[in-house]
Structures are given as structure tokens and as C-alpha cells.
Ligand binder design. Structure first.
Ligand SMILES: *Cc1c(COP(=O)(O)O)cnc(C)c1O
Length: 365
């Protein structure tokens, strides 16, 4: 069936017809064929993460992306640990909420939402708080579309003997990340972002040596990362509880399609081209990008309202009627809306979107 509109949102996003088709069957979860698919997904994820399978493992967790982040936060920090959280948007703050729920000591590094987290800021915080044992930051803060420089920050933090956690939910698979080279111990992403699958599970790329030391740390049963890993290892890819079978098959197809596209490098190029075309076109129509080019991700872009009396609700409805669904803004200080360009979205789609926006602007102004 044809889609009514193109999703220009950061996941769920527009998937290919073949990814959707892969779900059109019922599957059993416990047999060897199914477990083989899980194992092949796990090994593909390690390739995308550029890691040595001797040193790293990939652990899927049922649920949306947040469940994956919560699995890590609730499972790998001992009761006497202290977590430093870098926050320049809603997803950094969400990690703070998780730490509160589990009574985990945390230090919050709050940064302006329109600015990146920097190594200088992280360094000052770690020097001021020698009790810090774990560090978490967001790669692409989807709140604004800002790309935080993990490559400057993570290796330095790791060199201080601190365990490193990166929420790369909206960037993994769409931006090359050398997980092992950067010394990221735990990286979290999910099925329905740059790998272009459908929503249903998250996954963690984990440093095995660190993960193996976390047995018994988990504060929940179902989100216990070590237990899920242990079961998958002992039983060749068996999930602990009912797994999202249709989503798993769609994800396996999405991974194949990523490879056919030429891997992460080529997808990154396409997303980058989409973003540049979008931003340049919007600029001509009077919509200014919120984040400076230097920090703008190729994933999602925030645009300022063009005028004070800009009516986003009307704009949204008009665009939806024209076949495009965009996203409201998520920051309070500046009125913005967001347009994502990940998923099955190509240059012609951006051209069509810009034409539709030009028409809508001409009739409402
Ligand atoms: C999408 C996203 C999440 C997870 O959101 P869910 O709605 O739980 O899938 C977490 N962090 C970032 C940076 C995201 O973009």
C-alpha cells in the first residue's frame, strides 16, 4: 500500500516497500532459523560499529530507543557509582530522569541547547568531581539537530578511567562512528532511525570486558543488559522474553539495504546532501537554520519561525495535505520547527518539499 505522506521525522521514518514487506508473515521465536537471524543482525551491527567482535558485543533490547538507554543506565552502574551526564537537549535530560528513578548519583553538565557539549566543559566537571565513575552524552541531540563532538570528548574521558556511554540513537548507521577507536564502552541506538527499520527494539554495542563486570548490577528484571547478553551468548541468539519477530525480520532486511546502498559512508553522504539542499532551499524561502553550520547534523534540522505571527499548526496541516509530515520544535527559548531528512528520502523529495513550502508560503503571507 502506498503511504499517504512522506515522514520527514527522525524515526519512525519512511521505510522502503521491501522493509515493510518483510513483516508480512508470522514467525516463531525459539527455533534455530530465527536465532540465526538474530545472530546475523548482531554481527552486522558490530561491523557498522567498526569493532572487533572479540572485544565488543551487540545486545538487542525489546522496546523503543529509550528502553535501550534505560537498560544501560539501570544495568551497568554499581550502587556506589556516580554518573556525569552532559545535557544540551531533551535526550540528555531524559538520562537524568532515569538516574533519579534508580537513585543513581549524578552530576549534570547543563549546556545551552543551541551550543555543543565541549571537551573543556566536560574536563572541568570531571576535575571538580573526582567521584565520577561513568559518563553519558548524546551524539546527535535530536531536540535541535546539533551534533556533539564525541570524537574530542570520549577518548579523553576514557583515559581518566571513566566508563563511557553514548546515546547515538539518531546517528548510528547514518554517520560513521568508530566505536572502538573512540573507546565508547556502551553505545545505544534503535531499529527505526538511520538503519531505516521499523520501531520495536533498541540495541547496545558494548565493551565485553566492562559488560562482563556488571553481573548483578541491574535494578530491573526485563531491562537487565547483562542477563540479555548472557542468554543470547549461551543460547545462540535467544531473546529472554518474547521478541518483536516482525520487527526483527524488517530490521534484517533494512541492514541488507544499508549494505546495498554502499554502507554507512554512502548513506551519510545522501543524508548530508539532503540536509544541505534542504537548508539552502529553506534559507531562500526565509526560514533560517537554528544551529550553526559547524555543528549542524545531517539528520534533522531546526528552523526558526520566519515571522512572529507564523502559524505552525496551519503550516503543518497544509504540508501534510501536500504529502509531507514534519516535526514541531522542542526547545522553549526560540520558536522553531524541525524537518528530518533520514529514511527513504532522496534529493527529488527535498525538491518537492521545497516546492510545496514555497506554494504554502505564497498563499498564507
Ligand atoms: C529517538 C531518540 C531516543 C529514543 O526515543 P524513543 O522515542 O524511545 O525511541 C533517544 N535519544 C535520542 C538522541 C533520540 O533521537
Amino acid at each position: 500500500m502506498e503511504n499517504e505522506y512522506l515522514l520527514l521525522t527522525p524515526g519512525p521514518l519512511t521505510t522502503s516497500a521491501t522493509v515493510k514487506k518483510a513483516m508480512n508473515r508470522d514467525y516463531c521465536t525459539w527455533d534455530d532459523d530465527y536465532k540465526k537471524i538474530t545472530q546475523s543482525i548482531r554481527s552486522s551491527l558490530l561491523k557498522i560499529a567498526q569493532v572487533d567482535p572479540e572485544k565488543y558485543t551487540a545486545v538487542p533490547i525489546q522496546g523503543s530507543g529509550t528502553y535501550g538507554v534505560e537498560s544501560v543506565i539501570s544495568s551497568i552502574i554499581p550502587t556506589n557509582g556516580t554518573l556525569l551526564i552532559a545535557m544540551n537537549g531533551a535526550y540528555g535530560e531524559r538520562i537524568g530522569q532515569m538516574a533519579d528513578v534508580y537513585g543513581i548519583d549524578h552530576v549534570d553538565l547543563k549546556v545551552d541547547e543551541q551550543q555543543p557539549v565541549t571537551k573543556e566543559l566536560v574536563e572541568a566537571e570531571i576535575k571538580a568531581h573526582p567521584e565520577i565513575t561513568h559518563f553519558a552524552m548524546i551524539h546527535c541531540e535530536t531536540t535541535t539537530g546539533i551534533l556533539n563532538p564525541i570524537e574530542d570528548i570520549i577518548p579523553w574521558v576514557k583515559a581518566q578511567g571513566i566508563v563511557t556511554i553514548v546515546d547515538a540513537m539518531s546517528s548510528f548507521g547514518g554517520i560513521p562512528i568508530d566505536v572502538q577507536g573512540l573507546e565508547i564502552d556502551f553505545l545505544i541506538s534503535s531499529t527505526n532511525k538511520c538503519i531505516q527499520g521499523v520501531p520495536g527494539f533498541a540495541f547496545v554495542i558494548a565493551n565485553k570486558m566492562i559488560l562482563n563486570g556488571t553481573r548483578g548490577y541491574a535494578r530491573t528484571l526485563s531491562l537487565d543488559l547483562f542477563a540479555q547478553y548472557d542468554e543470547m551468548e549461551k543460547d545462540n541468539g535467544k531473546w529472554r522474553f518474547t521478541s518483536p519477530t516482525h520487527v526483527v525480520h524488517a530490521f534484517a532486511q533494512a541492514l541488507t539495504e544499508l549494505e546495498v546502498e554502499g554502507g554507512v559512508e554512502n548513506r551519510y553522504q545522501r543524508y548530508q546532501d539532503n540536509q544541505r539542499q534542504l537548508s539552502a532551499g529553506m534559507d531562500k524561502l526565509g526560514f533560517k537554520q537554528l544551529i550553526a553550520d559547524q555543528w549542524q547534523s545531517p539528520i534533522i534540522t531546526s528552523f526558526r519561525y520566519p515571522t512572529e505571527d507564523f502559524n505552525f499548526a496551519e503550516f503543518y496541516q497544509a504540508l501534510k495535505a501536500a504529502g509531507f509530515v514534519i516535526y514541531p520544535g522542542k526547545i522553549s527559548v526560540v520558536p522553531t520547527f524541525r524537518i528530518g531528512n533520514i529514511g527513504e528520502v532522496y534529493s527529488q523529495d527535498i525538491t518537492d518539499l521545497l516546492d510545496a513550502i514555497a506554494k504554502i508560503s505564497a498563499t498564507t503571507v
